[in-house]
Write a protein of this length. Structure first.
Length: 166
């Protein structure tokens, strides 16, 4: 059997990217912040996310919120995710809802999931199923999971399948 070698991923030219980011282009600043975050350098990533957010970048605000949440700085994370939502960043509402869901604040989670669920977003539909399930409203949870499956959610499909085997 012939194996094909994948070309190696090009290493990041950190200094070149930093130099470009220092030029002030919000897109480059965001790219640097994201790459640093992926590489595990969260301290420097946070600095660059903040710079891009200062330029009004919604994705930078959401990235900063996610980074702060992972670091346990929840109130700061919530604030930045709310800024990202206000800036029109797609998906920031789901990130914020998930943050609330993970902390057991079902009412706040529902507030952020419901509008997207009503628009048919599979992830939001599935998350509404989780909210209903945690409230102990099984029929409602099943309704949301079934809608999520019809919208293409593999997670909802696994959840419904698991329920049937119990």
């Amino acid at each position: 059997m012939t194996e094909f070698a994948m070309p190696p991923r090009r290493p990041t030219d950190w200094e070149g990217l930093r130099r470009l980011a220092r030029g002030g282009d919000p897109g480059v600043i965001l790219q640097l912040a994201q790459r640093l975050s992926e590489a595990g350098d969260t301290a420097e990533a946070e600095q660059w996310f903040r710079r891009a957010a200062a330029h009004g970048s919604g994705p930078a605000m959401a990235g900063l919120g996610a980074l702060l949440a992972a670091d346990g700085r929840i109130s700061d994370a919530i604030r930045w995710l709310e800024f990202a939502i206000a800036a029109g960043c797609p998906g920031a509402d789901q990130q914020l809802g998930t943050l609330y869901l993970e902390r057991g604040n079902l009412d706040a989670a529902e507030l952020w999931f419901l509008p997207a669920a009503e628009d048919g977003l599979p992830e939001a539909l599935c998350n509404m199923g989780v909210v209903a399930s945690r409230r102990g409203v099984d029929n409602e949870a099943r309704h949301w999971y079934e809608r999520a499956v019809r919208a293409g959610s593999a997670t909802a499909m696994r959840t419904l399948t698991a329920e049937q085997t119990i």
